[in-house]
Design a binder for this molecule. Structure first.
Ligand SMILES: Nc1ncnc2c1ncn2[C@@H]1O[C@H](COP(=O)(O)OP(=O)(O)O)[C@@H](O)[C@H]1O
Ligand SMILES: [Mg+2]
Length: 373
């Protein structure tokens, strides 16, 4: 395996059940094993915070500090890149609700700046119900995929949400139509940006998934729920903006009654179908759903590598245990082909025997890390 971008050094302080922890690593995969509750997920959560957003648990930042300690939490890493090593750090901010980010010792202007150095994708047991649960989880999953490709996507998503909240408030207050026109114009700008970012990303991902190297994992047919109705096709971003503004203007009364905005990209669903079986993912077996997700993440990792030149680091929490031995080997060889450093967790060291010499193995025990041979 030849990962040209990998984490070579990781330091935690006062992070969850870690007082302090230190790991020095090479480019190989990182296998973390230990009993339930030892701190495996906490460790990869720390790594996930080296990307924009709230990390793989979506936890509020002020819950990350080690309980009982006065300390602020901090995660620091050195990432080896083709342009040389870079130091990334993040930790609690003075106001405790946000976090700060440092790059090579200097405060970053925005958390998105991390994406210039590192892209991260993850799969966790919490995502097991993705296809059977509500649309909002799938939307968030999709937006995370898009953000790994287009770091600014998160800004469009939150910009839209903020503007929509303002519109809902204005509707409730029966505000002046001029104000509504202005806020709906803002919403439309964000909506068009995020709609096309989602659509373009999905189309690219679909193309790549069809030429899959992930043959052990089922291919997926991917689609976005339409905004207005079937077969819609917006010629341009401006056309979509106009359509949305027209629609929102015409649905003010209905939306006021519903006390929310009933149409828009905040209602979109990601539709996933098991391609070979033509079966909606929600109707697939639990094992098939997991395999679909793994296939999607692997294909997306290849897409990010191709489109951005940055092969993402993968964090796979408790994934190996759910695969039969053949699939597990297929996963390991797909990871090797990807040429990334993949962090994997499990309770049983034997699950990872198939990685042979391609992994460094670490035992996690009550917030302590020991590198095994
Ligand atoms: N802020 C915190 N301070 C101290 N301990 C914490 C904090 N948050 C979570 N924990 C503890 O971390 C432990 C488990 O971590 P986790 O990484 O999920 O375990 P696992 O190895 O099973 O993945 C739990 O015992 C949990 O109570
Ligand atoms: Mg865990």
């Amino acid at each position: 395996m030849t990962a040209s971008r990998y984490i070579s050094r990781l330091r935690l302080s006062s992070f969850r059940n870690y007082g302090t922890a230190a790991l020095d690593l090479d480019q190989r995969h990182v296998v973390l094993t230990g009993a339930n509750g030892s701190g495996k997920t906490n460790l990869i959560e720390a790594v996930s915070l080296l990307s924009p957003g709230r990390g793989l648990r979506r936890a509020p930042f002020d819950t990350l500090a080690q309980q009982g300690s006065e300390g602020r939490w901090a995660v620091a890493a050195t990432v080896e890149t083709p342009d040389g090593p870079v130091d990334l750090g993040t930790g609690s901010a003075p106001d405790e609700t946000g976090r700060k980010v440092r790059i090579n010792g200097a405060n970053a202007r925005a958390v998105e700046d991390l994406s210039a150095w590192l892209r991260i994708l993850w799969l966790t047991p919490a995502m097991d119900g993705l296809f059977t649960g509500g649309a909002s989880d799938r939307r968030r999953f999709l937006d995370r995929l898009v953000m790994t490709l287009i770091p600014d996507h998160g800004t469009a998503v939150s910009g839209f949400d903020n503007a929509m909240r303002q519109r809902n408030r204005l509707l409730e207050e029966n505000a002046d139509p001029d104000w509504l026109n202005a806020i709906e114009a803002q919403m439309a700008t964000h909506a068009a940006a995020l709609y096309f970012a989602r659509l373009d990303s999905l189309q690219h991902l679909q193309k790549l998934a069809n030429t899959g190297l992930e043959t052990a994992f089922p291919a997926a047919d991917l689609a976005l729920d339409p905004l207005f109705g079937p077969d819609e096709n917006f010629a341009s971003s401006t056309a979509l903006e106009q359509e949305l503004r027209r629609h929102w203007q015409g649905s003010r009364r209905e939306d006021t009654a519903a006390r929310r905005t009933l149409t828009g990209p905040h209602r979109t669903d990601l539709i996933v179908v098991h391609a070979q079986k033509s079966m909606p993912a929600a109707l697939c077996s639990t094992g098939e759903q997991k395999a679909l997700l793994i296939g999607l993440i692997l294909a997306h990792a290849r897409l990010v590598a191709e489109m951005t030149g940055i092969t993402p680091i993968l964090l796979l929490d408790e994934i190996a245990a759910h695969l039969d031995p053949d699939r597990r080997m297929a996963l390991f060889s797909a990871l090797d082909a990807l040429g990334t450093q993949c962090w994997m967790t499990g309770t049983d060291t034997m699950l990872f025997d198939g990685l042979g010499g391609n992994a460094q193995r670490i035992t996690v025990s009550a917030g302590r890390l020991t590198i095994r041979a």
